[in-house]
Ligand binder design. Structure first.
Ligand code: HEC
Ligand code: HEC
Length: 372
């Protein structure tokens, strides 16, 4: 016969001991989880793409990319778990935002429009519209901590990962850590950067039409071909006969940007303080750099409205009206921005060519989608 008191005591003991045991399990060792990372295999890119620089201390692995993808879509990254990276970088917008200014934590607005993240792993000349950070690893931590974005203390975030049912295992699989304590901001940044480097856009009509060695007419319509000439003829060969000449800055190459920082005439300015947003000037403090912004890639431009660092233009027609007007004058306006004639037909042709840069497959790619 079981004596009720012994039974109660045993129950009590189980009750008292079990949380302790569990806690011990939560605290540390992850070595029972296998660590066997597989090199991430990049898709084969067309011959006209440059080599993507991969930092030596952050080689891409399937497990690292997978962890980065969870992190990108997880609101746990923001202080009140309200927004994730994907709240402002939306796959249906080529990872740009459809708002002029993205909404950060607590409904605050960011200072600028969120750019597309397609092919972001190639950029080596500075990230953000003003180039204030150099690497994706560095950038990832900035966005988490910045009060305009996710406003999260990294220490608190790391605690949340350490107590999480899944993240310790995912960090172990990606980076071989032996205990939860080893989850660090560096590893968080590395995983996010690995995922960002996988966002590759290279399968638009522009790619096939421009770079296939067969006849262009096989891919492009007549209107697109006329648009291509408007896009690629140098803007100011003869100052009395200026052209749109978009490719001077946005290039006619795989990345569709020169990756330089320039002033394309959005605001009038007699001196640096006149620019509503200092752009690169805030970083370098040189007068010549105020009002200069990163030349954005035109890949998928059909889907990345609103346009410019402040999202001031809603449509490509408005963008073309801006350029053909010659923009606002300022002391450092780029010499390739000057008024040029643009008929209705020219406009349609140029827009048709810009739309050939839309990569439909990019938007459907399963490995870019929310994994939750
Ligand atoms: C609240 C909205 C918001 C959130 C959340 C957010 N971003 Fe951004 N992101 C932006 C904006 C706005 C910019 C441009 C800021 C600037 O240039 O000053 C930007 C810029 C970037 C860039 C630079 C792209 C380039 O071409 O220079 C990358 C990369 C990026 N974000 C990745 C991320 C990652 C990774 C996360 C999550 C850790 C994240 N973002 C979270 C709004 C957001
Ligand atoms: C002198 C260099 C230069 C030339 C020429 C130029 N651009 Fe730009 N473009 C820029 C810069 C710089 C920006 C970013 C400006 C900003 O946001 O402050 C930009 C931004 C854009 C954007 C916004 C993209 C986005 O995602 O927000 C579009 C669209 C665009 N340009 C299209 C064109 C077209 C079409 C032409 C030809 C008619 C052209 N550009 C000619 C430098 C140039």
């Amino acid at each position: 016969m079981i004596r009720p008191l012994t039974y109660a005591a045993a129950l009590l003991a189980v009750f008292l001991l079990s949380p302790a045991c569990e806690r011990e399990e939560i605290v540390d060792d992850l070595s029972s989880i296998p660590y066997d990372p597989k090199a991430y295999v990049m898709p084969e890119l067309p011959y006209f793409f440059p080599e993507m620089p991969i930092p030596e201390d952050n080689p891409m692995t399937a497990e690292g990319v997978a962890l980065g993808r969870y992190l990108f879509y997880d609101p746990i990254l923001s202080a009140d778990s309200s927004i994730s990276c994907a709240s402002c970088h939306r796959i249906d917008r080529a990872f740009a935002d459809d708002q002029n200014f993205s909404t950060g934590i607590g409904g605050q607005q960011t200072m600028r429009n969120a750019p597309s993240l397609a092919n972001v792993g190639f950029y080596q000349n500075g990230l953000f519209w003003d180039g204030r950070v150099k690497t994706l690893e560095e950038l990832a931590l900035h966005t988490i901590e910045d009060s305009q974005f996710m406003a999260h203390s990294l220490e608190e975030l790391l605690e949340a990962f350490r107590e999480h049912p899944d993240y310790p295992g995912r960090f172990r699989k990606a980076f071989g850590i032996g205990s939860r304590k080893e989850i660090s901001k560096e590893l968080t940044a590395k995983a996010l950067a690995q995922f960002l480097r996988t966002l590759l856009s290279y399968r638009s009509k522009y790619d096939y039409g421009n770079w296939d060695r067969g006849p262009e007419t096989q891919f492009f319509s007549e209107s697109e071909l006329r648009g291509k000439i408007l896009y690629t003829t140098e803007p100011v060969i003869d100052p009395s006969d200026p052209h749109p000449g978009c490719s001077h800055c946005h290039h006619n190459t795989a990345l569709l940007t020169s990756n330089e920082f320039l002033n394309n005439g959005l605001d009038p300015a007699l001196e640096p303080e006149d620019f509503p947003d200092p752009g690169l000037g805030a970083v370098t403090k040189k007068n010549i750099d105020y009002g200069r912004f990163k030349v954005p890639s035109l890949r998928n431009v059909e889907r990345t409205a609103p346009y410019m660092h402040d999202g001031r233009f809603q449509t490509l027609e408005q963008v073309l009206d801006h350029y053909s007007s010659g923009g606002h004058s300022s002391y450092n306006l780029d010499v390739n921005i000057m008024p040029f004639p643009l008929s209705e037909q020219d406009k349609q042709d140029l827009i048709a060519f810009l739309k050939s840069m839309t990569d439909e497959i990019f938007f459907q790619e399963n490995s870019y989608k929310n994994p939750f």
